[in-house]
Design a protein around this ligand. Structure first.
Ligand SMILES: [Zn+2]
Ligand SMILES: [Zn+2]
Length: 180
């Protein structure tokens, strides 16, 4: 894939180790030949803290992030070191809306394992590119409900999912969104 003007923003929300940000940024080049840039950090999302669950509401963080204009990024992957939930799950490792602008990845349960963060980031990016969950067990778009399932995943897109991403990137290009 060689789409020079498509750019993925990596957005730390609160404190995230710079090494992890760099590994995720380079994984998009390695896996998809897509450029990325690292944005300056945003504040820790105290507004999303749920006192009853002692967790952070992923949906409310994404809503805030989607309202931000990330200069130079066509899609944005935000990283936060906080335990996330959505109403139907006790926790989530990441969250994204299909075709959305901004996805969220939590490093909280990944035990400082950058390889796991990369898998979750690629998976959520797939959702931003309109992909739904894949039935291919080795594909990174397969749903992982826990760390064990994440660890058994290859972290690579199957041919079908990869073709879909290529198609979506080319559509994005036609729409005239350029990485500045
Ligand atoms: Zn998913
Ligand atoms: Zn797939």
């Amino acid at each position: 894939m060689n789409h020079d003007d498509f750019c993925i923003g990596i957005q730390p929300v609160g404190e995230i180790e710079p090494g992890v940000l760099k590994i995720i940024a380079s994984s998009f080049i390695g896996e998809l030949r897509l450029k990325s840039l690292i944005h300056p950090p945003l504040d820790h999302p105290e507004y999303a803290f749920d006192k009853r669950r002692i967790q952070y509401d992923a949906g409310s963080i994404i809503t805030r992030l989607e309202a931000i204009e990330f200069k130079g990024s066509d899609k944005t992957i935000a990283l936060v070191d906080a335990d996330l939930f959505i109403p139907v799950f006790s926790f989530v490792l990441g969250e994204a809306r299909i075709g959305g602008k901004c996805a969220l990845v939590s490093t909280f349960r990944l035990q400082k394992n950058p390889g796991r963060s990369v898998k979750v980031a690629l998976h959520e990016f797939g959702h931003l590119m309109h992909l739904v969950h894949c039935q291919d067990n080795s594909c990174v778009m397969k749903f992982s409900k826990n760390i064990e399932q994440l660890d058994s995943n290859s972290g690579i897109f199957c041919k079908y999912c990869l073709d879909q991403i290529k198609y979506q990137v080319s559509q994005n290009k036609k729409a005239g969104n350029h990485c500045g």
